[in-house]
Ligand binder design. Structure first.
Ligand SMILES: Nc1ncnc2c1ncn2[C@@H]1O[C@H](COP(=O)(O)OP(=O)(O)O)[C@@H](O)[C@H]1O
Ligand SMILES: [Mg+2]
Length: 361
């Protein structure tokens, strides 16, 4: 990033009395980026967004917006708009009034307000709903109005806190695409919070993976998928989840020995000798119905979706292995099949924080 970041967080800490929620967090966001904060429930996503919005004060650290320290600037003067999971619309006002109300409070001229409302309504295709009340709208329409209310304020940054969590699966998918299109059209900086890794993968320019108030990794979606920095990120990004198998490394002999029986020559730059976890994604595993391959597993269950087959298997030692195949194959429960684990697809995690080890040679 050569240009000045639109938002810069340095050493951000947040404590609620004795409860430490954010533990010294640094992050820069460039103008126009779509950044997604993702992490399990309770990891501090909403807290962080509220600190950026100015709805809460940090215990420590600096928030710089367009190069200006805004720690003490009230929310209403930061030029940001927030969209919540609960749409927070005014039930007794029409959609039109819900959109215009904030601008009227800002004492914008009426013709400007009308123009902004009309343009947002057109963009979100809610113009036929302008005279209805929120109670007369579906969940998806309500969320569109809530987004419209953010748009008319022409914010420097849009902040979204799990805006799609109340919608059913089909509508969620549709709104995901709409918000992505909106970002492409408006070009504004957007920060989007979710616990759903699929939303993060599909919408983000950059993903920030949070866990217990700390950043685990920041990167483009496929970089996180292909090169997770640690076991937590590896397990969080991707569905079905990456398989994890127990094993040990021996730096002396340069070998990796798995509890399920596989032994490979593999050396690591970290020179670690001791317990490790092998991670391998379900699609990186080959299958042989004749039992050929590296190891034999027993089919416990399977799902035939037509375009893809998921096979849930177990090794003799009880460890499980999920396989994803891009084709249809005949299977039955209890059947023994051979599996091949491609070493080029190995992620080996070990040491403090279960960090990804660097294979050498
Ligand atoms: N006002 C508060 N007082 C005390 N603890 C809080 C408060 N707000 C949030 N927390 C705690 O901070 C942690 C992070 O919460 P939150 O940011 O809402 O998580 P997320 O949005 O990632 O689910 C949680 O453990 C939550 O209980
Ligand atoms: Mg939250």
């Amino acid at each position: 990033m050569t240009d000045q970041p639109i938002l810069q967080l340095s050493g951000i800490r947040k404590e609620f009395g004795p409860v430490k929620v954010i533990h010294g967090l640094d992050l820069e966001i460039a103008e126009g980026e779509f950044v997604v904060f993702v992490g399990p429930s309770g990891c501090g996503k909403s807290t962080l967004l509220r600190l950026i919005a100015g709805l809460d004060d940090p215990t420590g650290g600096d928030i710089m917006l367009e190069g200006r320290r805004v720690n003490t600037v009230p929310a209403s003067e930061r030029g940001l708009s927030m969209v919540f999971q609960s749409y927070a619309l005014y039930p007794h006002m029409s959609v039109r009034k819900n959109l215009s109300f904030g601008l009227e409070n800002m004492r914008l001229p009426k013709d400007q307000i009308d123009a902004r409302v009309a343009s947002a309504a057109k963009l979100l295709q809610i113009d036929p709903l302008l005279d209805r009340r929120p109670g007369q709208l579906s969940g998806g329409q309500r969320q569109r109005v809530a987004i419209g209310r953010a748009i008319v304020r022409e914010p420097v940054i849009f902040l979204f806190d799990e805006p799609l969590s109340n919608l059913d699966a089909e509508l969620r998918l549709q709104m995901r695409v709409e918000i992505s299109n909106l970002h492409a059209e408006l070009g504004n900086t957007m920060i989007y919070v979710t616990h759903d890794q699929v939303e993060a993968m599909t919408m983000a320019d950059r993903i920030v993976v949070l866990r217990a108030g700390r950043i685990e990794q920041v990167g483009r979606p496929l970089d996180l998928y292909n090169r997770p920095a640690n076991r937590f990120v590896a397990g969080f990004i991707g569905a079905p989840q990456m398989n994890f198998l127990r094993g040990t490394t021996d730096a002396g002999t340069g070998s990796l020995r798995l509890d399920c029986g596989l032994v490979r020559q593999m050396a690591f730059a970290e020179g670690l000798t001791g317990p490790v976890t092998l991670g391998i994604r379900p699609e990186a595993i080959g299958v042989s119905l004749e039992g050929a391959g590296d190891l034999t597993v027993k089919v416990q269950n399977f799902e035939q979706l037509g375009s893809v087959t998921y096979i849930y298997t177990a090794f003799a030692n009880g460890e499980t292995l999920t396989v994803q195949l891009p084709q249809q194959i005949p299977l039955r429960r209890g059947q023994e099949i051979g599996v091949t684990l491609d070493q080029r697809s190995f992620h080996v995690f070990g040491g403090e924080g279960d960090r990804a080890l660097t294979a050498v040679g």
